[in-house]
Design a protein around this ligand. Structure first.
Ligand code: ATP
Ligand code: MG
Length: 466
């Protein structure tokens, strides 16, 4: 077998190990990529040198995961994770290995790895392939197969079934039958896995260009019911009207489309979760309601306020998987504001109200979510040009520089207090009333006019409180 071509940087690093009489191999995703003929973004190395020894060999090393035998080398601006040969140790809690035991050989190290495609190694610096489980053939046939008996490997670590689905999405590979067949039975083990580890896999599924593939497998194996019951409950929730799909397929397709367009993680998550409230609020439409007058699009059902319920469920999902607050907040805003139906007869005031509700910073992503939502409704490509009229109006309104927030008003709280308003909540109430007035009629935004209106409002409150 001919040796694989090795990047010069890897050869330089390998020389340091060889000079110290140690073995070093390229392992993991980088080998997979090499066999696929792709460039790899990150390199993982495996060695018989102990972590302390590796630390002694290089000038820039960080003890990133010393408990697991991993250190990180910095070399000419590149980071490489170097892990000492390990054996599979028990995962008695299904979460993390109980303790790390070092192995003597690369063969032993490879046997603890999850899938055959991840269990090949390339010896450095000569590029000799070590492939005891037929990873190269499986890669050629585009198959994800467990190393050894799938039931056992999944029972050791409940994250592996989800990794299998994630790789299916990322690589467009199929699951080997035995591997696929073992997923359902492993769900109780997956249930014990730390939520952060699950989140990282979900993120990789959503970041892939083909999340739909993993979503379908998740549903078939009932991984979806375990991890995202809110979504599983959307299966069979028909929508009627112009909707071609039930709520679950709609959500899957919206997210998949957003992924294919390269939209942000928040838009993808919002696309997946934006309609989860629908099963909770679906009502059969009254016969006297005119078709087409509701967000359900003229079907037999209404889904009033589903965006609020979806927001609550999205919050539960995002909290459960410990998403960072900033990500959660943005996803929730997108979900809550996703229901807008622009029509040309919107007044400038309506456009300003829309900008205020959404927040100027959110508008680009909100329009992307809208496009994904539309694409997921019919399964057809949605046309970004459809939103240009709204975007033009928003730009025009913003360009006029008219007031869209309290700080744009020509008066402030101090002015009101000088007018005799008692400091406290009334100041806020009156300022908001003034903003409403200015949104309706921007010409009112002068000090003189606003003070006059404020005077009228205070008189009104005084009378009302008598
Ligand atoms: P990528 O980095 O592109 O996500 P990868 O294959 O490098 O893909 P990592 O999570 O970085 O995946 O893991 C590196 C290697 O470690 C894997 O290729 C696999 O050999 C092994 N590995 C990772 N996680 C597990 C696990 N849960 N069980 C068994 N082996 C694992
Ligand atoms: Mg990796």
């Amino acid at each position: 077998m001919s040796n694989l071509r090795i990047h010069p940087v890897l050869r330089d690093i390998a020389a340091v190990f060889t000079a110290a009489g140690k073995e070093v191999y390229l392992v993991g995703g980088a080998v997979r990529d090499l066999l696929l003929g792709r460039d790899s973004a990150d390199w993982d190395l495996s060695t018989n040198a102990r972590p302390e020894e590796v630390m002694g060999l290089f000038r820039k090393v960080i003890a990133t995961g010393i408990k697991h035998g991993t250190v990180t080398i910095r070399w000419k601006g590149i980071s490489l994770e170097v892990t000492t040969f390990r054996t599979e140790s028990a995962y008695s809690d299904g979460r993390r290995p109980d303790q790390v035991r070092y192995a003597a050989t690369i063969a032993e190290d490879l046997s603890r790895r999850d899938f055959t495609m991840n269990a090949a190694a390339v010896r450095l610096p000569d590029g000799l392939l070590s492939d005891p489980f037929g990873g190269r053939d499986d890669i050629k046939r585009r198959i994800i197969r467990c190393v050894g008996a799938a039931e056992e490997r999944f029972a050791e670590d409940g994250l592996r079934p989800l990794r299998a689905l994630r790789f299916a999405s990322q690589l467009g590979f199929d699951l080997d039958r035995a591997t696929a067949g073992a997923i359902h039975g492993a769900l109780p083990t997956t249930a014990k896995v730390a939520p952060e580890r699950i989140r990282d896999e979900l993120d990789k599924i959503i970041a892939s260009p083909n999340p739909l593939r993993a979503f379908r497998l998740m549903e078939e194996t009932e991984m979806l019911h375990l991890l995202l019951p809110e979504l599983a409950a959307c299966r069979g929730v028909e929508q009627g009207g112009y909707h071609h799909f039930d709520v679950l397929d709609h959500s899957f397709l919206a997210c998949d489309w957003a992924a294919k367009k390269g939209f942000s993680k928040e838009v993808r998550l919002a696309a997946l979760l934006h309609d989860t409230g629908k099963p909770l609020v679906r009502r059969k439409k009254n016969p006297d309601e005119t078709p087409g007058d509701s967000p359900s699009g003229g079907g037999a059902y209404t889904f009033y306020n589903h965006e609020r319920e979806s927001g609550k469920l999205a919050f539960e999902v995002m909290s459960r998987f410990r998403y960072p607050n900033a990500v959660t907040e943005k996803v929730l805003r997108l979900v809550r504001e996703h229901m807008f139906h622009y029509e040309e007869n919107w007044t400038d005031a309506a456009v300003r109200r829309f900008i205020i509700r959404a927040g100027t910073d959110l508008i680009p992503e909100l329009t992307q979510l809208h496009l994904a939502d539309t694409a997921g409704t019919t399964g057809a490509e949605s046309d970004p040009a459809a939103l240009l009229p709204l975007l033009d109006r928003i730009e025009a309104v913003l360009e006029k520089g008219k007031a869209i927030s309290l700080k744009d008003l020509a008066v402030n709280g101090r002015d009101l207090i000088a007018l005799g308003v008692a400091p406290g909540k009334y100041v806020g109430i009156i300022l908001n009333e003034l903003l409403d007035a200015v949104i309706e009629d921007p010409a009112l935004n002068s000090r003189e006019k606003l003070l006059e209106i404020a005077g009228n409002i205070t008189t009104r409150y005084r009378k009302a409180s008598r």
